[in-house]
Design a protein. Structure first.
Length: 490
């Protein structure tokens, strides 16, 4: 039977003729079919993926040099454009819309001979934490189908969790890769803002959005990061000088085989985060005990004050909704996607009908909130204030990473909860983003790694953050933690 543990292992098997790309694609298509009830995919590109696999097998058998992602099977969130394929952001308003071009990230994967197997379900326009805000319906957590997979990249997380692909792309504006990874017991990584081009990523909040990676192991994540990152003439917010992420795989693997075990890290944690009243007691105790173990192992681990913690969620929701209200103004029913048939006399009425019918409840709420915080009279009280908070957070981050290599935090205050227990109160739901939005407000990289199992049966882990552009250190520390402190009986 086909099995996959890492890209390297798969490519070795291909080289030894123990498997083929066609066998791999066939396996994943069967798995996708058998796990349809999880609702992880919005569409699988079955025929096309098989054809590409066949071409790659022929190419390999003819002795052509193999590209870095030869035959690697990847799923992409339904907010990432792939030329000639439907992209909807899980919204009615983009019904039937076909991408006119591929996102830079996708194009770079294709250029290395990856196979895109399908697009994955998510919260509408990446807004949400449970994957319930989708026009395609909810996604189920494969570990317990009564529980949410997290959001907004729930489909990508479950696609990897349930073995429906080798790696998956998500987008992370305020935790949408890290939180579902935590809820599903897999690795989810958000790189430094500006590492991977956002060209072809449907915008939610442009100064926060970043494409992220769900991968089976740290090596796979480092490889995908290296391939997708780097300057792009279509996105001026990508870091323009050569960055460490462009050599991530080599830097990561070289390091791993040399000094990993001897290296002692300087690790910080926020007292306010670990002693926050919303944090589940078992999560808190496990992370505190991890901290003790790291200290005993000779790492420098220190608690630092972080009195801004209670401001991060409000600042995030003011700024992201402001950006969203502007970004989503383009969906007017004229240029693309859904258009209302309601009889109207005025153009503005047509816009109103289209947008009221096309956008879901949560997206409408955020557009209205964003319009409100930007409106004359409230701009200074909300938008400017939130920008000031963002500035203070950035200053704090600079100070922290002058002294420490990484910060450890919980990823979410709870483990995956039941669909029935999901909170209807949007503010309560927003507050659960308390640990993830910091990395997006400041642009630093963050990763969620699975380490523990809760007595309720669900997995959880820790989140690790490093300085901007220090993604390789982040992957090294995360790999070290998974190697030494994984409490799962895998
Ligand atoms: N839960 C967050 C929100 O609803 C995360 C969104 C995201 O990262 N795309 O805004």
């Amino acid at each position: 039977m086909f099995s996959f543990s890492s890209i390297l292992q798969y490519q070795n098997e291909l080289a030894q003729n123990n498997t083929s790309c066609v066998e791999a694609v066939t396996h994943y298509l069967q798995q996708i079919e058998q796990n349809k009830r999880l609702n992880a995919f919005t569409e699988a590109y079955a025929q096309e993926a098989l054809e590409k696999a066949k071409q790659l097998d022929d190419k390999r058998n003819n002795g052509a040099p193999l590209k870095k992602l030869h035959g690697v099977i990847i799923a992409i969130k339904d907010v990432i454009c792939y030329k000639g394929h439907t992209v909807t952001a899980a919204s009615k308003i983009l019904t039937g819309f076909t991408s006119l071009y591929s996102a830079t990230a996708v194009q770079r994967l294709l250029d290395e001979d990856a196979i895109i197997i399908g697009s994955t379900n998510c919260d509408e326009f990446a807004m949400g934490s449970t994957n319930e805000n989708s026009v395609y319906g909810k996604v189920l957590n494969a570990l317990d189908e009564t529980k949410v997979p997290g959001g907004s990249s729930g489909g990508s997380a479950v696609a990897l969790q349930a073995g429906l692909c080798m790696a998956a792309l998500g987008s992370d504006t305020g935790g949408s890769v890290r939180q579902p990874a935590d809820f599903c017991g897999i690795i989810g990584f958000k790189p430094t803002y500006g590492s991977i081009s956002r060209y072809g990523l449907i915008a939610y909040a442009s100064s926060f959005d970043q494409i992220g990676i769900f991968g089976k192991c740290m090596e796979d994540i480092a490889l995908l990061l290296e391939i997708m990152s780097g300057p792009d003439e279509y996105d001026s917010t990508v870091i323009s000088q050569k960055t460490s992420t462009q050599g991530a795989y080599e830097a990561y693997t070289n390091f791993k085989f040399s000094s990993e075990n001897e290296k002692k890290y300087r690790i910080a944690y926020f007292k306010e985060a670990l002693f926050h009243p919303s944090l589940d007691i078992e999560i808190k105790e496990n992370i505190l005990s991890l901290i003790d173990k790291l200290r005993s192992a000779g790492h420098k681990v220190e608690a630092i004050d972080f009195d801004l913690l209670d401001y991060v969620v409000p600042a995030y929701y003011v700024l992201t909704t402001a950006e969203a209200s502007s970004n989503l103004s383009r969906y007017d029913g004229i240029r693309f996607g859904y258009r209302s048939n309601a009889p109207v006399k005025e153009l503005t009425d047509f816009y109103k009908h289209t947008r009221s019918e096309g956008f879901g409840k949560e997206v409408q709420r955020r557009i209205m909130l964003g319009t409100f915080v930007l409106s004359a009279g409230f701009y200074d009280a909300y938008y400017s204030k939130a920008q000031q908070v963002r500035r203070m957070l950035v200053d704090k981050t600079i100070a922290i990473f002058n002294e420490f290599d990484v910060v450890v935090m919980p990823t979410s205050p709870t483990t995956a909860f039941g669909f029935a227990d999901a909170n209807d109160d949007p503010v309560a739901m927003y507050l659960a983003d308390i640990y993830t939005v910091f990395a997006n407000l400041t642009g630093v990289p963050g990763i969620a790694i699975p380490l523990f199992k809760h007595s309720n049966g669900m997995p959880f882990g820790v989140q690790v953050m490093a300085n901007k552009q220090d993604d390789v250190t982040l992957l090294q520390v995360a790999s070290h933690l998974m190697k030494e402190y994984d409490m799962h009986d895998r």
